[in-house]
Write a protein that binds this ligand. Structure first.
Ligand SMILES: C[S@@+](CC[C@H](N)C(=O)[O-])C[C@H]1O[C@@H](n2cnc3c(N)ncnc32)[C@H](O)[C@@H]1O
Length: 387
């Protein structure tokens, strides 16, 4: 894949944007290739990318519901035109976006939130109040290269910072009951009890020694999302043998019990990658992968950019975006990248046969991202012909 990046020759001739404001650019491609995830040949499908030129807030409602959202927006460090100058200002900056994400999310939607440690700390409570459950933080360890030549040992009074982070969230799974909204863990036990069934009956029903009471119906941190086949057994038993007056049990709409497919769809996918932890080492982005040399001031704090200067200060490693998208979505999953920049997440999504929906407000970044996405599709098509 790194080869794919190298083969992309960027032409940075000043583009003309007349008549192009606030529109969606789409790249469509018919694909008929083996899935990289399971080797099965999927039906011939139209795969595409969508890139909105303008404010993501104007685009969200026209995009399909996201499987995952990759947010790499304001940091409060003046890192791009429009990035506030202090981290304290980013809470208001993110508020309308978080509202839109929550409105458009599905129960199984996940969120990857890139920021500095302090930026994330400021936005975290907004996210949890808006129904996003914190899972973990990925720490990008950039190594000593990140500070080489920039630390004055006589004046510094802290350890030099060489990290950036990406916090991972999932949509909080809750169910409506006459007692109010309940988290999944509470709801499962509540429904079983409401059916008038003893807790240990659940072990017998699931055919496990004490796993049901210890995992699926427990209220402590050992709680475990019941796999669909186990859930099916619990639901069937409660609705056949539970108190008649309270039926249906385990229902989302009050009319029919939940099916095992519905239950499965409430949980986001996760593709475990052996030996990958939450600390990801990668030097500051450089070399062939980094877009350089358009001589433009990409951010207020960039002065006199030369031919070796980065086109975008915040371009992320493609390998990180691939890893996140691969782990948390399946083929054809919808990936939102509202603050596209050079659209690294969307490029990774195309490579992995997901469907990216991105936005970029800055015309110059937009144009580079558009070319990059077009090229990613071309390379994927070529790869599938060769492979
Ligand atoms: C941190 S950068 C993203 C970098 C990207 N992850 C990459 O790898 O290239 C944020 C980008 O979001 C864009 N942006 C800021 N506010 C926006 C908005 N409301 N809608 C769309 N794009 C926005 C900025 O112009 C900037 O390029």
């Amino acid at each position: 894949m790194a080869q794919a990046e190298r083969q992309f020759k960027l032409t940075l001739a000043a583009p003309s944007y007349a008549g192009l404001r606030s529109q969606h650019d789409r790249g469509e491609v018919s694909v008929d290739e083996p899935s990289k995830d399971n080797g099965a040949r999927p039906p011939k499908a139209a795969s595409n990318w969508t890139l909105y030129r303008g404010d993501a807030l104007e685009a969200y409602d026209s995009w399909p519901a996201p499987s995952t959202i990759i947010s790499d927006g304001a940091y409060g460090v003046g890192g791009f035109h429009g990035d506030p100058r202090t981290p304290e200002e980013i809470l208001d900056w993110y508020r309308p976006h978080v509202r839109a994400w929550s409105k458009n999310a599905m129960p199984a939607t996940t969120l990857w939130f890139w920021n500095t440690e302090v930026g994330w700390a400021i936005v975290h409570s907004l996210l949890t109040e808006s129904g996003w459950d914190y899972v973990e933080s990925i720490i990008w360890d950039k190594g000593v290269q990140h500070i080489a030549g920039n630390v004055n040992g006589d004046t510094i009074r802290q350890f030099p910072v060489v990290t950036e982070l990406c916090a991972f969230y999932r949509r909080r799974l809750e169910f409506a009951t006459p007692l109010g909204m309940m988290p999944a863990r509470t709801w499962l036990r509540y429904e079983w009890r409401r059916a008038g069934l003893p807790l240990n009956k659940a072990n017998e029903v699931c055919g496990v020694k004490n796993a049901a009471t210890r995992k699926y119906l427990t209220q402590d941190w050992l709680w475990y999302f019941p796999p669909p086949d186990m859930m099916e057994k619990l639901v069937k038993y409660a609705n056949e043998f539970g108190d008649r007056s309270g039926r249906p049990y385990f229902s989302r709409d009050g009319r029919a019990p939940i099916t095992s497919q519905e239950w499965a769809s409430l949980r986001h996918p996760w593709e475990h990658q052996h030996a990958v932890t939450n600390v990801w080492a990668h030097p500051p982005l450089n070399g062939d992968e980094r877009f350089k040399g358009n001589h433009r001031r990409s951010a207020p704090r960039v002065y006199r950019p030369g031919k070796g200067s980065a086109v975008h200060l915040n371009q992320k490693p493609l390998s990180f975006m691939r890893r996140m998208i691969y782990a948390s979505t399946t083929v054809d999953g919808i990936v939102w990248e509202p603050f596209g920049g050079l659209c690294t997440g969307s490029v990774a999504a195309i490579e992995l046969r997901r469907r990216p929906f991105a936005a970029e407000i800055d015309d110059v970044f937009f144009e580079i991202a558009r070319k990059r996405l077009t090229e990613a599709v071309r390379l994927r098509q070529r790869e599938s012909r060769v492979g």
